[in-house]
Ligand binder design. Structure first.
Ligand SMILES: NCc1[nH]cc(CCC(=O)O)c1CC(=O)O
Length: 302
């Protein structure tokens, strides 16, 4: 049996997909498995605003078509880019171990701390979640809207004369950029910047009835990450996550006890809500949905 794995053409996507292929080869040494890159609308139009070209789905639609057609057998995505609802006939399978869940600030040469940034420093991000949380911590910051893949956004520090840009630590680490940039990277605690739900987690999308692939993928599953993915994705679905609404979530696991932290705002940033809820391992989705519902009620009552 030959397995074809789909990936977007970006360096990050190819790196992430190869890491999953290697995990599968380690677990099943004789597996015949290859990578196929597929250009998506999100990659072609990546300079345009995501809100305008159709939100989270733009990076995955073409890949999902090939999955449904049988041209590929599985696809590796960043879970935080996956819409809450998948096309009929597809599902997410097991997940490997999570990479660093935090956001980072990559600063221009010569700067090395968030608190010591000059008043009115110019920070690039296209994400409302990142923008509103940063402004809440340092209201003097000037947030400018930037787009593009990770490498492009780092280049924009110089090209657009920024003091820094906000990125996912997971992307920087997977590309191996964190070492060269170490002297100008600030890792942001979740108390300052709660990450996107499932940030740092890979999603493996397969056909719903493909028990063979599912069985193979079982070997790369990471238990804690499975729990976090279920809870945080349920929160995203409950919050009606689109990339227009600022949404953040992170689930901490303390043996039997789970602590889910959520962040939810309005598009204009006028209302921003933080809330925590405790739960247990026997009701993961419920924990995510319950916290999202509590927060939506609180927001809509304001
Ligand atoms: N929105 C784009 C995107 N999708 C996944 C990652 C990084 C990997 C991850 O978070 O899992 C990034 C880059 C970023 O947000 O800086």
């Amino acid at each position: 049996m030959k397995i074809v794995v789909g990936a977007r053409g970006s360096t990050l996507s190819v790196t992430q997909t190869n890491s999953v292929i290697n995990m599968m080869k380690n677990a099943h040494p004789h597996l015949d498995i290859e990578l196929k890159t597929i250009k998506t609308k999100g990659d072609v139009l990546r300079e345009a605003s995501l809100d305008k070209i159709g939100g989270k789905g733009v990076f995955v639609k073409e890949i999902e078509k090939e999955l449904l057609n049988g041209q590929i057998d599985m696809a590796v995505h960043s879970m935080k880019d996956m819409p809450g609802v998948l096309p009929k006939g597809l599902k997410l399978s097991y997940v490997p171990k999570r990479e660093d869940y935090r956001d980072v600030l990559v600063l221009r040469e010569g700067l090395s701390s968030l608190d010591k940034l000059p008043i009115g420093a110019k920070i690039g991000t296209g994400s409302k979640r990142r923008k509103y949380q940063l402004l809440r911590y340092r209201e003097d910051l000037n947030i400018s809207d930037i787009r593009g893949n990770i490498e492009t956004r780092i280049k924009k520090i110089e090209l657009e004369n920024l003091d820094g840009v906000v990125l996912a630590a997971a992307g920087i680490k997977r590309l191996g950029l964190h070492k060269d940039l170490a002297h100008r990277i600030v890792y942001l605690d979740k108390e300052i910047l709660l990450p996107s739900p499932c940030q740092g987690i890979l999603a493996i999308e397969i056909r719903e009835n493909d028990v063979k692939i599912e069985e193979l993928l079982k070997s790369i599953s990471h238990e804690k990450t499975e729990i976090q993915a279920k809870v945080e994705r349920a929160f995203l679905k409950g919050a009606g996550g689109s990339c227009k609404v600022p949404v953040g979530a992170y689930c901490e696991i303390h043996s039997e006890k789970l602590i889910l932290e959520g962040f939810l705002g309005t598009e204009d940033g006028e209302i921003l809500i933080d809330k925590k809820l405790e739960g247990k391992k026997d009701s993961l989705e419920e924990l995510g949905y319950n916290l999202a519902n509590m927060m939506i009620k609180e927001r809509d009552a304001k």
